[in-house]
Ligand binder design. Structure first.
Ligand code: AMP
Ligand code: MG
Ligand code: MG
Length: 307
């Protein structure tokens, strides 16, 4: 049988690698030695889980796809020795069983950038809010988010005896797998936003949505999941704090199931290797009525969030 197209092999490998990273993240929590350091202050933390999971993901994907650009959130010592057991080279049959979209069959290594957030929701990881933690691997082709993996290492952690962890993957034109889309209650408006990085423009943009309920939650991946599973109608983040590695995978997965993720102006986010890392225009994600939410964003917030 001919080898599957590059995009399918890459997403297939990324699912296996995200699962492996999830094991590492759980093991570090079990041991309890989190090795917390502050990056740009006390609101920007890095733990041993962030470091080890990134080593696992980047080493595993670079070994299999040496010509693909891979950008991880964490700055690590390139001389780090990667433990052999961190190298994951498995493939995911479910991904390889799907047909690659026709416009993606000829994608070359140099067209792709992989954006890696080894632990999204690090603050929540250190605080025991484990269901807010995700591993994010996003695949951009020619600057657009087209494929993604969201792994939830602690999915089910409150259910005694349940198997921990769940992985969701999606490719635009193929679909999203590993989760059922649930529509949020009709006639209500539930908005989710950051619990650990609020500021005035975040508060102003949430207030402008006139929500019946505001759900404060950690992580970009987790909040995208709240939209996917119908817990929230919209994820509204009127701040430049989220980076490309936060949004690439959620954007592709939402888009693959009919939703949208843009900046607060309603503009698509670009993911070329040379782009600035922060999403200066903020983040807005919905499963429907996206334009309505864009229209509510106050002019003062739009002016502050220049893309
Ligand atoms: P949150 O919704 O606050 O959990 O943030 C989602 C993602 O964006 C996480 O990876 C955060 O670390 C990152 N983030 C958001 N705001 C900031 C900020 N002000 N400083 C650093 N990282 C941020
Ligand atoms: Mg993150
Ligand atoms: Mg992170």
């Amino acid at each position: 049988m001919a080898e599957a197209p590059l995009l399918m092999r890459l997403v297939s490998a990324s699912v296996a690698v995200a699962d492996r990273a999830g094991v590492i993240i759980r093991d570090i929590m079990k041991k309890g030695e989190l090795g917390i350091v502050e990056k740009e202050g006390k609101h920007d933390l890095q733990t041993e889980a962030d470091r080890s999971a990134q080593r696992c993901i980047v080493a595993s994907l670079s070994k299999q796809f040496p010509k693909v650009a891979i950008i991880g959130e964490e700055t690590l010592d390139p001389a780090d020795v990667i433990p052999a057991e961190y190298l994951e080279e498995g493939a995911t049959a479910e991904v390889l069983s799907k047909t690659c979209p026709a416009n993606m069959t000829n994608v070359r290594d140099e067209d792709i950038v992989v954006w890696v957030d080894p632990v999204d929701g690090t603050a929540e990881y250190t605080q025991g809010l484990l269901d807010h933690v995700t591993v994010l691997i996003g695949v951009a082709v020619a600057g657009r988010a087209v494929g993604g993996v969201i792994h939830q290492p602690f999915y089910n952690f409150k259910t005694p005896g349940a198997t921990l962890g769940r992985t969701i993957w999606g490719i635009i034109g193929v679909g999203t797998y590993g989760v059922e889309k649930v529509l949020p209650p009709a006639g209500k408006r539930f908005v989710t936003t950051t619990r650990s990085h609020p500021n005035q423009t975040v508060r102003d943009s949430v207030a402008a949505m006139h929500a019946d309920e505001v759900i404060l939650a950690g992580g970009c991946g987790h909040k995208a999941m709240l939209v996917i599973e119908g817990v929230a109608h919209a994820y509204v983040f009127g701040s430049p704090g989220c980076k490309k590695w936060d949004t690439c995978a959620p954007e592709a997965i939402l888009h693959a199931m009919g939703g949208r993720l843009t900046d607060m102006h309603g503009n698509d986010i670009l993911y070329h290797a040379t782009v600035k890392k922060p999403n200066a225009g903020g983040v807005l994600a919905t499963m429907s009525d996206h334009d309505w939410y864009v229209k509510q964003v106050p002019e003062s917030v739009k002016a502050a969030l220049v893309a």
